[in-house]
Design a protein around this ligand. Sequence first.
Ligand SMILES: Nc1ncnc2c1ncn2[C@@H]1O[C@H](COP(=O)(O)OP(=O)(O)OP(=O)(O)O)[C@@H](O)[C@H]1O
Length: 239
Amino acid sequence: MAEVVLETQALTMRFGGVVASDNVNFKLRARELRCLIGPNGAGKSTFFKCVTGLLTPTEGQVFMRGQETTGWMPHQIASLGVGIKTQTPNVMDYLSVFENIWLAARRFHSVDEAKHKAEAVIDRLALNSIARSDLGNLAHGERQRVELGLVAVGDPWLVLLDEPAAGMSAEDVERMTEIIHELTKIAAVVIVEHDMQFIRSIAETVTVFHQGAVLMEDHVDKVMSDETVRNVYLGKKAG
Ligand SMILES: Nc1ncnc2c1ncn2[C@@H]1O[C@H](COP(=O)(O)OP(=O)(O)OP(=O)(O)O)[C@@H](O)[C@H]1O
């Protein structure tokens, strides 16, 4: 079986009396693609933030490729080879697409190598036609793609994405699906997502959160037809 690249053990996060993440045991293997779903307030973002270092869990542990990372800062986690895309973009509007991606590549590579890497990612993500445009002038879907470029340019073995398809057109979502499949050739990918159509088109196994805990973890088709899941979530949202 493939190596476990991400694991949480009894991960718990409390905000005062609210148990936002409740004893979560999670495992992800190399090149696996996993969507985290659940209704509003289910604890997806809290779990994501505990794993990416934006929050330190109250209890429990996080391991990446066997290395304990509980309480690490996001940049420390990134330096292991983990690509993180949060909902707060880490881009510069007054620089071009190429410059943004090149700058991200410089964190990992020499000047020449960074240029080469940036060009390769621009090719792979079909960003050639907008490579010289300033980020500030791009449409939402294009920006999202550039942000994935920033993640991909570090050659990550684990990629953690918070709502990459939010606010996108159907065409952009389709492109994003292709890019994510492309990413799974080199990395395991975790995606927090609301868009059910997107989830159906990319996911195999999904993890359903409810009241901070894992309610179910199974193939997307099984999860979508599960009555308990429908009751807590899909019944209202997926129609
Ligand atoms: N910083 C915080 N302080 C206090 N309570 C919080 C904080 N962050 C989250 N919570 C609470 O924790 C619970 C889980 O929230 P979380 O944002 O993780 O859920 P979610 O599944 O990501 O929801 P959504 O789909 O709406 O983003 C909610 O009850 C929320 O109100």
